[in-house]
Ligand binder design. Structure first.
Ligand SMILES: Nc1nc2c(ncn2[C@@H]2O[C@H](COP(=O)(O)OP(=O)(O)OP(=O)(O)O)[C@@H](O)[C@H]2O)c(=O)[nH]1
Length: 346
């Protein structure tokens, strides 16, 4: 490695589909980073910053709150010039410059445009992509979330003879895997050995080059495995094919997001039942946010991935903080916003 590349600040890009466990993995990484001075860029597709809030509340000395930049409301792959590069420059200019920068992309972001940005003159002499880590929701892969729907393909073939209308989820999932230096097969706790082996085969079929796959539960993997891969991915773009290589620009037209503000909640379990039913009825991909329960001093963090929900009180409402309930909903284009709002407000 040359002297110049030695002096570059290594950056790790954490990618992975909606709800795969990126924030959970990064929380764990912060806790095991062993005093290394870190900074974070956290990107959300929906316009309520939930992940940044979760990570800020970790209270880890080596990653103070002001070293965490949140870029909500869209995918950073589309706002590289306006948001991502300025955020990186801002972190590099901090008086206590970070030793390593971790970037959590939104679950719908394509990692390749971000890796490409590391070749921009404004930053190329100062940063390098230490590695792209793709977090995979093992349970979602095993359930066929990212596979083409054979029925739909058949229907389209009969309608217009076209066979190229892939599942849009598959396209995002594959783009993320194809860019990876390390694949973290997460949610292993939800799968048996044969399902895990099946998901591993699926990953190997998708990624033509040899990429290490490690199994995890709750993103528990030592920081030493994640940081220091030394990939310099920005010098190696040709090995990372994307479904969007031929396009100047891409969009995320296949997906929709909106925010639901809820009235006073009396009881958490009843809310979760309602959310689960709405997620099933409307095929919602992701729901997350904070909820105020009447009479409770703590706020409830609600997380839904497909129809799987979890919730816990994550911290007390601060003095003067508005106690409101807001959830981000993400799904494929055509989500029935009115129907979902009605179901949740009813
Ligand atoms: N059972 C199980 N649940 C997990 C695991 N890892 C994460 N989760 C849960 O999955 C949900 C989503 O986890 P996150 O870490 O927020 O996922 P994410 O990839 O950051 O989500 P987005 O940023 O919205 O794309 C949360 O409820 C987590 O507690 C795991 O290994 N096993």
């Amino acid at each position: 490695m040359s002297l110049a590349s030695n002096s570059k600040v290594p950056c790790t890009i954490v990618t992975g589909f909606l709800g795969a466990g990126k924030t959970t993995l990064i929380r764990n990484l912060l806790a095991t980073a062993g005093g290394r001075r870190l900074a974070l860029i956290v990107n959300e597709f929906g316009d309520v910053g939930v992940d940044g809030d979760i990570l800020r509340s970790c209270g880890i000395d080596s990653c103070p709150e002001d070293a965490i930049v949140e870029l909500a409301n869209g995918c950073i792959c589309c706002t590289v010039a306006d948001d991502f590069v300025p955020a990186l420059e801002m972190l590099l200019a901090r008086p206590n410059a970070p030793e390593h920068i971790v970037i959590e992309t939104s679950g719908l972001a394509l990692p390749k445009p971000l890796v490409k940005a590391f070749n921009w003159p404004a930053i190329r002499s100062r940063v390098t992509v230490d590695g792209v880590i793709a977090v995979v929701d093992g349970a979602a892969v095993a359930a066929g979330r990212f596979a083409d729907d054979p029925e739909e393909l058949k229907r389209q073939a009969e309608a217009d003879g076209a066979l190229d209308h892939d599942n849009p989820l598959e396209e995002v999932y594959e783009d993320q895997l194809l860019c990876a230096d390390l694949v973290v097969l997460n949610k292993a706790d939800l799968l048996g050995e044969s399902e895990l082996a099946g998901v591993e085969r699926d990953i190997e079929r998708t990624v033509p080059r040899a990429v290490k796959v490690v199994r995890t539960s709750e993103g528990r993997i030592d920081a030493a495995v994640l940081l220091g891969l030394g990939a310099a991915a920005e010098d190696d773009l040709a090995a990372r094919p994307s479904h969007h290589d031929a396009e100047e620009e891409h969009d995320h037209d296949d997906f929709d997001t909106f925010v639901v503000d809820l009235p006073a909640i009396l009881e958490a379990d009843a809310l979760i039942s309602k959310l689960r039913k709405a997620a099933e009825d409307h095929d919602i991909l992701r729901i997350k946010g904070f909820v105020a329960i009447e009479g409770k001093p703590m706020r409830l963090l609600v997380q839904g991935v497909g129809a799987r929900f979890s919730q816990h009180f994550d911290r007390a409402w601060a003095v003067g903080e508005a106690r409101s309930s807001r959830l981000v909903v993400i799904g494929e284009k055509g989500l029935d916003q009115d129907g979902i709002r009605k179901a949740l407000n009813g």
